[in-house]
Ligand binder design. Structure first.
Ligand SMILES: C[S@@+](CC[C@H](N)C(=O)[O-])C[C@H]1O[C@@H](n2cnc3c(N)ncnc32)[C@H](O)[C@@H]1O
Length: 183
């Protein structure tokens, strides 16, 4: 139960998805570097707010939605009930296959993970990426220390920064959005 959200959190996220889905989640999905045939991982998918839009950009690809919480994952299954070619993973990062994904994205996930755990999660995400793959995250800008740790771990994993921007996210404030490349 440690990772399970209160039902109110699910309700509030569902409302944000209904009323701000386009400006918050689709805007992010639209900027993902997808051609249509990639193997993609939504790490910390929650109820599938971004996955709902990302899935439609992968007609020949595959989307894996992973969450540590069974309750969020169950909500994600409902959000994506009409989409094919999706795998739902109730798992943690170390369980991921190596060199498998072309794109891994994390939308408002990494800042919530305690430092010790992040030190295990980031290397697992890096090794789950194929060479030539990209890791993309969007995290609150005011989490300066956590962002510093995330950037440091990305550099330690041999990733290089390809693009970075600050976006003003409705309801959530300014966020840093970065794309890292695995050589
Ligand atoms: C703030 S929510 C964001 C959900 C979704 N990405 C979105 O933007 O709507 C953070 C999500 O990350 C998940 N999460 C937190 N730590 C995790 C971990 N170590 N591994 C996998 N998922 C995790 C939580 O269960 C939750 O669903």
């Amino acid at each position: 139960m440690q990772h399970e959200p209160p039902r109110l959190a699910l309700l509030l996220t569902r409302l944000a998805f209904i009323f701000c889905g386009g400006s918050v989640y689709r805007a992010f999905a639209d900027r993902l570097p997808l051609g249509g045939g990639e193997q993609v991982l939504d790490f910390g998918c929650g109820m599938g707010t971004v996955a709902y839009y990302a899935a439609k950009k992968l007609p020949q690809g595959h989307l894996s939605c992973l969450d540590i919480s069974e309750r969020w994952l169950c909500a994600c299954r409902k959000t994506l009930r009409n989409d094919k070619n999706i795998t739902f993973l109730h798992a943690e990062a170390p369980a991921l296959p190596q060199a498998h994904f072309d794109v891994i994205y994390c939308h408002f996930v990494l800042h919530d993970i305690p430092d010790r755990e992040l030190e295990r999660v980031m290397p697992a995400l890096v090794s789950a990426l194929r060479s030539g793959g990209r890791l993309i995250f969007r995290e609150p800008l005011d989490e300066a220390e956590k962002l510093g740790l995330i950037k440091g771990l990305a550099a330690q994993g041999g990733l290089s920064l390809q693009d970075s921007r600050v976006t003003d996210v409705p309801l959530m404030g300014n966020a840093l959005e970065s794309i890292y490349f695995k050589p």
